[in-house]
Design a protein around this ligand. Structure first.
Ligand code: CDP
Length: 333
């Protein structure tokens, strides 16, 4: 690990990597990179490289884990052994378990979980190269991968961290700022500015904390533009060509519609009914199995509205430009 720099911000207000204090690192994304996943996204953000894959919604086995009234979201954040300077021991760690938990919670408010009772959506975020801010990088990639999989959501989730170095707040920490700075506050938020993840390491004043949220909103707004552009590029291209039977070329709106329809067909069970997976014999879970049914309260009309809302979340740039005042004072360490 390199030594602590004497100064993080020079006399021109520039950081060690030449960025201004409110500038994010260059980010690029590629969508649909994995043919076996239902949705996927590869992201490079500064020197971070992250791959996100989404599978589902599909029937959850064993059935006793199923939720009668909603889909179960599972999120696995993992750092490849070769992703950091010192090799990481393969397998889950306290850190990766914690990051997986808070990242899953960052998506739960936006995914329309009630549409797929009894089903599961699996999100895998693999960090291939780490250089500070990997949990936020993984969330940004996972958000696009979920949309690519046609998972109905209220909107995208974007994430970024704010930190403090040389007594100043800085957006999107680089490695030395992350290692030696006075604070690190990763956040994730929706396009409405609703905070779905916030953690804090280090110390900031109350005033700085409020400023950090505003700074992060602006960072997330910029990231959301990149996410939308990535999705738009793929699906505009698809609009121009005939959608064939090639699985990789399915339009997200068609996917969303078909997933909604299949939810309304009330038959997640039937989709994989020939599965040999275990049956749970307990009275409680067999009762649950019977209850696994689609929420009847969703009429066709509502389903169409949901699809439209979902599409709007990444097609209408102007409407979402103001990442407005969401408040969440919750701090997690
Ligand atoms: O990556 P993120 O900022 O979300 O999480 P962190 O725990 O604050 O880690 C900051 C950085 O430290 C990571 O991005 C990695 O570059 C590095 N790191 C490492 O080298 N070895 C680890 N076991 C964990 C993190």
């Amino acid at each position: 690990m390199s030594d602590k720099p004497e100064k993080f911000i020079d006399e021109n207000g520039l950081r060690l990597d030449g960025r201004r204090i409110d500038e994010i690192r260059p980010m690029k994304m590629e969508i649909g990179v994995l043919s076996r996943a239902d949705g996927s996204c590869y992201l490079e953000w500064g020197k971070n490289k992250v791959l996100a894959a989404v599978y589902g919604p599909r029937e959850l086995h064993p059935r006793r884990l199923q939720k009668a009234d909603s889909v179960l979201i599972r999120y696995r954040y993992n750092m490849a052994a070769f992703s950091v300077e010192d090799r990481i021991r393969p397998g889950p760690s306290r850190r990766s378990t914690e990051i997986s938990k808070v990242s899953r919670e960052a998506f739960e408010p936006v995914v329309l979980t009630h549409l797929y009772p009894g089903a599961v959506i699996d999100v895998f975020a693999e960090v291939l190269q780490a250089d500070a801010g990997t949990r936020t990088a993984a969330i940004n990639a996972a958000s696009v991968a979920l949309a690519d999989a046609g998972i109905p959501m209220k909107g995208l989730v974007s994430a970024c961290a704010v930190g403090k170095v040389d007594g100043k707040l800085v957006l999107d920490l680089n490695k030395p700022e992350d290692n030696y700075g006075d604070a690190d506050i990763p956040m994730a938020m929706t396009s409405d500015g609703e905070i779905t993840l916030i953690q804090m390491d280090g110390d900031v004043t109350q005033e700085e904390f409020k400023q950090a949220i505003e700074m992060c909103k602006e960072g997330c707004r910029q990231i959301m533009e990149i996410q939308k552009e990535t999705l738009r590029n793929k699906f505009t291209k698809l609009d121009e060509v005939d959608i064939s039977d090639d699985e990789e070329d399915v339009d997200v709106s068609a996917l969303v519609e078909s997933t909604l329809e299949s939810a309304e067909d009330d038959d997640i069970e039937d989709k994989e009914s020939d599965s040999d997976e275990e049956e749970d014999a307990t009275p409680e879970s067999s009762e649950e199995d019977e209850d696994i049914d689609v929420d009847e309260s969703h009429s066709d009309f509502e389903a169409v509205e949901l699809v439209e809302d979902f599409e709007e979340s990444f097609t209408d740039v102007d409407e979402e430009e103001d990442v407005s005042d969401g408040e969440d004072d919750e701090e997690k360490d």
